[in-house]
Design a protein around this ligand. Structure first.
Ligand code: CAA
Length: 270
């Protein structure tokens, strides 16, 4: 997600500094961004000049100090509250006082995350969709303390990226994943109960409901660990058994079968 966000933000004319776990991770991100920009050039969506200029706007921030000039920082780490909290605690002392801190979380309470920072009023949820260069939506979520100026600045940024926003209240998994993930979880139950095979379930939803990807293929694309985290947030946050993660989803994650990123999920990509 971070790669996709950096891609779109740089292509829209902003300078981007990427902080990642290592220089290797950054190099892999740049290679992926270059590949996706090149794909847009070959489709005639952008020029070769646009590609080179966008890449030239992206740099590596080895430490959080490298983000100290940023007007906006978008956190896009793993969907794990402990990881995100640790990042905010370490990052905040380096940020400009008026910098906005956004999170790309797909499910976790914005109000709770904001409370771990030194700037709850300048903290906001900006939830991009995967693949970011293709998907038009950014879901915007204000925490209880987010001020109007932060919301307006974030809204202007979304517009300048050529994206459309939908505003959600700060409820578990917001709107997109409140609706999408139970459908994916139900598809896993459909497989678990032997109602249909992986191919049959995905074909049914692609051709029967006109979805661009079947739900199991989409789960692999999102990452099964992310799908499970979101279901857990829904299950715990809304205290309703209808959100119980399917045991088969739990088992796949325990096996390390996380979808495309590990080359194995409901499909085998090896
Ligand atoms: N970067 C740039 N362009 C990309 C791209 C990328 N990473 N991936 C695909 N594209 C472009 C292609 O170049 C192509 O462009 P044209 O229309 O100009 O030809 C277009 O997107 C379609 O791609 P493909 O022809 O390669 O393949 P496709 O038709 O099968 O589409 C897809 C691929 C866009 C991913 C499509 O399958 C799709 O929309 N899938 C569903 C995606 C989805 O539901 N995303 C939301 C996930 S949920 C989420 O993100 C929230 C969360 O928190 C979990």
């Amino acid at each position: 997600m971070g790669r996709g966000i950096a891609h779109v933000v740089a292509l829209s004319g902003y300078d981007v500094a990427i902080n990642d776990l290592s220089k290797d991770a950054y190099d892999a991100a740049i290679a992926a961004i270059d590949k996706n920009l090149t794909r847009q050039v070959s489709k005639g969506k952008i020029s070769e000049d646009d590609r080179a200029t966008a890449l030239g706007r992206i740099s590596f921030a080895e430490t959080y100090e490298g983000l100290s000039d940023s007007d906006l920082v978008i956190e896009a780490a793993t969907e794990d509250e402990t990881v995100k909290r640790k990042i905010f605690v370490a990052l905040c002392p380096f940020l400009k006082p008026d910098a906005i801190l956004a999170t790309n979380t797909s499910s976790i309470s914005i109000t709770r995350l904001a409370a771990t920072t030194d700037r709850p009023e300048r903290f906001i949820g900006m939830h991009f969709m995967n693949p970011v260069p293709v998907m038009e939506l950014v879901e915007m979520i204000r925490g209880i303390a987010t001020d109007d100026a932060t919301f307006v600045r974030a809204k202007e940024l979304v517009g300048s990226l050529g994206k459309t926003m939908a505003v959600s209240e700060d409820f578990p998994a917001f709107m997109v994943n409140r609706i999408l993930l139970p459908m994916i979880n139900e598809a896993v139950y459909t497989l678990y109960e032997g109602v249909g095979s992986v191919d049959a379930i995905d074909t049914a939803m692609r051709l029967g409901a006109n979805h661009p990807m079947g739900p199991l293929q989409l789960a692999d694309f999102i990452g099964l660990d992310t799908c499970l985290s979101i279901m857990q947030v829904l299950y715990e946050g809304l205290a309703d058994s209808k959100y119980r993660p399917c045991p088969l989803l739990v088992k796949y994650v325990e096996a390390g079968w996380l979808g495309r990123k590990t080359n194995r999920g409901f499909y085998d990509y090896r």
